[in-house]
Design a protein. Structure first.
Length: 140
């Protein structure tokens, strides 16, 4: 992979191999050196990566999404309440939107909390139905 090097005096772009510094010589000297050096060397590449055997994906990690989103939502509302008394000072210093950003974060957090609760309940229902179907298959 090559990194393009742009020199300030002109719009000429040179390609230096990744990790190597670009040549730092005047344009006239560089043109003379390039003409006497012969054809440019091909860029170095790493080649194809060897293919490895694919392993099955690990099961997804379980997290308490409701607690995580609920904590974030509460923190946004705490930020709103903490900044509200300083609204005048914040507005005078160009930061009048900060309390409203916190309020927006809290309201969006409520939407996320509703989504996480619905998702958690749907996962529980699906697991219960799967367990009931497995128990019925064992009995029947």
């Amino acid at each position: 992979m090559a990194i393009p090097i742009v020199h300030a005096p002109s719009s000429r772009v040179e390609q230096a191999p990744y990790g190597e510094p670009a040549p730092l010589m005047p344009h006239a000297a560089r043109a003379t050196a390039e003409a006497s050096a012969g054809p440019p060397a091909p860029p170095r590449t790493l080649g194809r990566m060897p293919k490895t055997a694919l392993r099955p994906a690990p099961p997804p990690l379980e997290a308490n999404d409701v607690a995580i989103v609920g904590t974030g939502t509460v923190l946004w509302f705490v930020g709103f309440v903490a900044l509200l008394p300083f609204q005048g000072w914040l507005s005078d210093h160009g930061h009048g939107t900060w309390p409203w950003i916190c309020l927006s974060g809290g309201l969006l957090g409520l939407i996320g909390l509703k989504y996480c609760v619905a998702r958690r309940d749907a996962i529980r229902r699906a697991r219960a139905a799967e367990a009931a179907a497995g128990a019925a298959a064992e009995q029947g």
